[in-house]
Design a protein around this ligand. Structure first.
Ligand code: G5P
Ligand code: MG
Length: 223
């Protein structure tokens, strides 16, 4: 699909709700650039940057990294791709981050994946990640062709340190207290679109139809 003008979208949902998986499909289908705050942080940890070393313990304990650090990091990255359409995954995660984003950009839509916590806990313990690209696999749902290795590069896959069951519980708690208020923030602005379910393959067709309609309505306004 040819994008009519720059599109600015956010995907939200609890840890493990499928944000990364659905973002991959949106990128492929609609050509938006995918910016994942978690992938950026993990790339910094992997490269042992000063920021990565400072943030590692926060992330491993399932806590959010400080708002000012996160907002500066993401807004910098967005400036670098000014003029492109993008989809933000994992940011904003607090009302303060949402306000910082709002100061600079107007969002077209916020997609919210509403998946029950019980479903999520089972998924995360069987997740494998290709760190350089952020591609995610699951030993049950979408296993790699060769166990332990990325389909596209053949490089090894890793299990995230924060996918331990006790850390997942902490991440879900922080989602409830710090991130759920962001849903209300966007609902009150009229940009929130919620998709509920327990399977990504059943949620995805609804997301796809919604985005097709949204983009063509923006297209008509532009013409
Ligand atoms: P992240 O990296 O943003 P989370 O916790 O928000 O991490 P996460 O864990 O990356 O989100 P996801 O992207 O929503 O989950 O889900 P996913 O990876 O696509 O799917 C999860 C698993 O389920 C995969 O194995 C996938 O294959 C499988 N799966 C998908 N669909 C199905 C299905 O239908 N069925 C089955 N069986 N399986 C399925 O953030 C990490 C940390 O970074 C910091 C925080 O410390 C955070 O905890 N951080 C921030 N801190 C402050 N502010 C911010 N803005 C921050 N952003 C990140
Ligand atoms: Mg993710």
């Amino acid at each position: 699909m040819v994008l009519p003008r720059v599109i600015r979208a956010v995907i939200m949902g609890p840890p493990g709700s499928g944000k990364g998986t659905v973002s991959g499909r949106i990128t492929k289908t609609f050509g938006l650039k995918h910016i994942s705050s978690g992938d950026i942080l993990r790339a910094n940890i992997n490269a042992q940057t000063e920021l990565g070393l400072l943030m590692k313990s926060c992330i491993d304990q399932g806590q959010l990294v400080p708002d000012d650090v996160m907002s500066r990091l993401i807004l910098n990255d967005l400036r670098a791709i000014d003029g492109s359409s993008w989809l933000l995954d994992g940011f904003p995660r607090t009302v303060s981050q949402a306000e910082a984003l709002d100061d600079v950009y107007t969002l077209d839509t916020v997609l919210n994946l509403n998946v029950p916590f019980q479903t999520i806990k089972q998924r995360l313990t069987s997740r494998w990640t290709h760190l350089p690209s952020g591609r995610v696999y699951n030993t049950d749902f979408n296993p790699p062709k060769v166990p332990g290795f990325d389909d596209e590069t053949g490089e090894p896959l890793f299990q995230r340190d924060d996918d331990r069951p006790e850390t997942v519980t902490r991440r879900l708690k922080s989602y409830e207290t710090q991130t759920e208020p962001v849903l209300e923030y966007y609902r009150s602005k009229g940009v929130l679109e919620t998709f509920s379910g327990t399977e990504t393959n059943k949620i995805w067709p609804h997301v796809e139809v919604f985005l097709q309609r949204k983009l063509s309505s923006i297209n008509q306004k532009v013409v």
